[in-house]
Ligand binder design. Sequence first.
Ligand code: NAD
Length: 482
Amino acid sequence: MTNSLHINGEWDTGSGEAIPTLDPATGTVITEVASATRSEVDAAVAAARAALGAAEWAGLLPVQRAALLFRLADLIERNAEELAQLETRDQGQPIGVSRAVSVAGAAEHFRYYAGWVTKIEGSTTPVSFPETLAYTRREPIGVNALITPWNFPLMILAWKLAPALATGNTVVIKPSEVTPLTSIRLVELAAEAGFPAGVVNLVTGGGETGGFLTSHMDVDHVSYTGSTNVGRIIARASADSNLKRLTLELGGKAPSIIAADANIDAAVAGNTAGATLNTGQVCAAYTRFYVDKKREDEFVTKLAAAVSALSVGPGADEQTQLGPLVSEKHLCHVDRLVGLGRTEGAELVTGGQRLDREGYFYRPTVFSGVHDTMTIATEEIFGPVLSVMAYDGEDELDDIIARANNTEYGLAATVWTNDIRTSQRLANGIKAGAVFVNMPPVPDMAAPWGGYKASGWGREMGPQAIDAYTETKAVWLHYGQS
Ligand code: NAD
């Protein structure tokens, strides 16, 4: 059993039930972590509350707080290979992805937000009152619960933790029970960097432990990334408790529009990457392909060849391009939806089954002849399943925009064309938090990330994350005769 509770600077195995965490490449148990109880969550929140006002944290000068974040970024880099191997073992992602995306991305986030600490400004406001100075201050929201999913555990935690700390908040982290190990290691590194006790707390566990946080009367903000269904539960928990602030990064079903004039080879390469990174377990993964029917056959043939040429295997193998799915449960979900694709009449071009070996490996799968209303075109699959639909290029662009927008989600979208007018009309018309033209979906710490519609509330990354972790106070000062 791993020490997986970190409360007020102390590590503990906790008193709750043990949850095993598995290696998805083999299905074997790596270790066990605690399911934190309500009283343990209460203790973590109390520690975060006490640390919020303590001189060791609240009294730090901005340059001193920035230095702690810079130090944590350095420590992530110094321990990069260990973190990458751990992420691959626990999550399954190819080691190259762990190194270049998860670990490097986490370090970059801490460095980027370390730079922000000394640039969080208020403003003076020209109020229409005589002899009155009005200005704004940006203050930390307070105690933040950071609840993360299993697909990019380390990187998504960094998306939340870096701006939370940069703005002077304190946190209680609750990683996914499926992939808790790199979050535990990151909290150890935060302690080594010198963040005072109580600033960064950690509790492990599943939905019940998460619920203790989201319904807690002394948590001021929940930053949550995960499924839309749980996002709805969290919104209710906030409404039924203290109306805590929410940042919700939820599911997606990103459309990819391939116009007749597109460079098909580039579109195939970019869409293969965009659909299969981390075995398709990416909220912004391209999943619904609308291709001009003049190029449909060529696109489907080349796409099927590209995805079936991917080397599938354990993430620890340097040659692997497609690792396992994260769990048996998730593999069953992907396989059930693929089965529905078949029975609802889509044509299976390649893939469509698990690999005959230990672990949770699934063949990358392409369907053609998909209709907009089929389950594979509407439900989030979160696996390496690509559904190709055709459109008539003679139609109005507005029609294809309407089809792309005909979903409850709105996280990401992509457009493949060499016509600047087409790209701009599509990019402006699609309702999604990010539209990528002629490229795969990539997060970058400087650009906002988040969803329209049921893909979420608020934005992470960029200057927008500073807003997510601060309250704005207006201060009014009458300096005339009183
Ligand atoms: P999930 O909703 O099952 O779990 C996410 C987290 O919420 C976990 O830590 C889990 O323990 C916790 N949780 C579960 N029930 C809870 C409850 N009732 N109250 C509080 N917390 C609870 O999601 P997942 O399966 O881990 O992740 C996959 C989902 O995440 C997909 O839908 C994907 O699209 C989404 N996602 C979105 C983004 C984004 O940026 N929008 C990024 C990555 C993943």
